[in-house]
Design a protein around this ligand. Sequence first.
Ligand SMILES: [Zn+2]
Length: 472
Amino acid sequence: MKNKGLLTILFFSILLLVVLIYINYFNNTIYFKNLKSYDKVEVFSDYGKDDKVVACYGNNLRCSKIKYKIQGKVNTKKLGIYTITYSAKKNKKILTLKKKVEVVDTTSPELKIEGVFDNVCPNGKTSGVTYESVDNYDGNITDKIKYKIKGKKIIYKVMDSSGNITKKEFDVTIKDEEKPTLILNDESILYIAIGSKYVEPGYVAIDNCDGNITDQVKVSGKVDTNKKGTYEITYSVKDELGNETVVKRLVKVFPKNNYVPGVVNNKTIYLTFDDGPGSHTARLLDILKKYDVKVTFFVTNYDSRYSELLTREHNEGHTVGLHSYTHNYKVIYTSIDSYMEDLLKIQDKVKQYTGEESWIMRFPGGSSNTISRRYHLGIMSELTKKVEEIGFRYFDWTIMSGDAGNTKDTNKIIENVTTSIKENDINVVLMHDIKSYTVDAVEKIIDFGLANGYTFAPLTMDSPIVHQRVNN
Ligand SMILES: [Zn+2]
């Protein structure tokens, strides 16, 4: 009986052993050791070198290492979440696990600020301070730097794309002694004819501290476009600390020049300018344009640097008449042929620049000149007939401005002209656009004429003839 009991114990012991052996050796699974489902790594670090993952085939008690495969990559140069797949295979068993790896940036940007803070605008803008911010991931983020004034301190702050913030603060002295800049669009003196509409051309105001403060500009003054006169418009603007800039504009309202092509009235002035174009012609054209006054230019080839102005004269509605190519009395008044050659040469040049053939002309020295006697007796008597036969129309003048040599005084020129202009006269005024003191006189002469009801007109083929007595 005693043996039977021992046998039973032995049997159960062997059975237990068999079960244990079965569990240990035949009930195997695949598993991973040290594999997290989520991991965080700093950008630009070396990821993966210290991966301690082990794949096991076995059970809780026992791990026999087996090979495993990794699929997927972590780009540590780029922020983001990456998925890595681990898989192992053994005895027809397969295990696949995924791991999320997030590449993060937890490094704050560098913020470099240099300078002195004794001249800081109320809004924090500085002129003597430079700042720069470089982030390990974003690169240069200087444009992301923000600043604000808090009490007597300025606080600079910069945040990178991952939300890392760097802050710096400094003691400041708030000061701004610079006035805003106020720039007027268009000219500071405007010219408009009576009855036309005045439209404010606008302005721009920029302040060193406040930036564009155009919307804070105050405009005062009025223009009565129905009344002749010079009106003043005042523009003013203040910056935050009260520095003020004031700018003025003059608006000149003048009577309209009522020139209508083909219509001649008894109060007409023909301004004529000889010997150009020259260095003052462009300025003269600007003045004439402002007042919409058309004149006549009797042109030469004195200074070919200004030849382009022939085109402008023509395009702006003036008459481009012929004076002489050389204006050299000694050459042109030697013979009829010599004169005609010179005249046709300037006619060619005018056509080249204006596209039109001009048949209006003025003799150098006028048709009454006596200087031609020195070179060819009786030539003016012949020439005056000859040019008209061919089809030219020559014009002398009735009013001398005196700028041909007698005076260089602008006021004297104005006086000479304005006292000679008469109603019912054919007022053809001789002037020279190669003289600055003459061009200086033109605006006052126009003022006088328009204020007294005269019309300024260019000479045309239909204009009343003004011929002086021929003296040679
Ligand atoms: Zn001349």
